[in-house]
Design a protein around this ligand. Structure first.
Ligand SMILES: [Zn+2]
Length: 111
């Protein structure tokens, strides 16, 4: 099952992701393959923060059950450990959050 893209999100933006982000995205894709649901990318490159640098992607979570949301977050954060950012704080690879436009997974990497 290929990665799907929310309307308005350009598949070409995947080409600008960092190598580490691509590895994380592949792991996410494999996890969705196992539960037989499509991985839908809702945001790739943006003007702000880690999204501007190809170090983050957003993935739709609303097609998942509550148990699957927990399982996905655990899987990603177990596989890819937290990392220390330039702000000296620790950052998780997978964050499940709502920053105003509904809950979703935010995947981010150090570089
Ligand atoms: Zn994000």
């Amino acid at each position: 099952m290929p990665i799907a893209f929310k309307q308005g999100v350009s598949p070409a933006d995947v080409l600008s992701l960092t190598v580490t982000m691509l590895i994380v995205l592949q792991a996410a894709k494999d996890w969705f393959l196992v539960i037989n649901k499509p991985l839908v990318m809702t945001s790739l490159l943006r003007q702000d923060g880690v999204h501007a640098l190809g170090r983050a992607v957003d993935i739709r979570s609303t097609d998942l059950t509550e148990a699957e949301v927990v399982a996905f977050e655990s899987y990603m954060n177990d596989k890819f450990k937290a990392w220390r950012g330039q702000d000296k704080k620790m950052h998780k690879t997978c964050i499940y959050h709502d920053v105003g436009q509904g809950v979703h997974f935010h995947l981010q990497v150090q570089k």
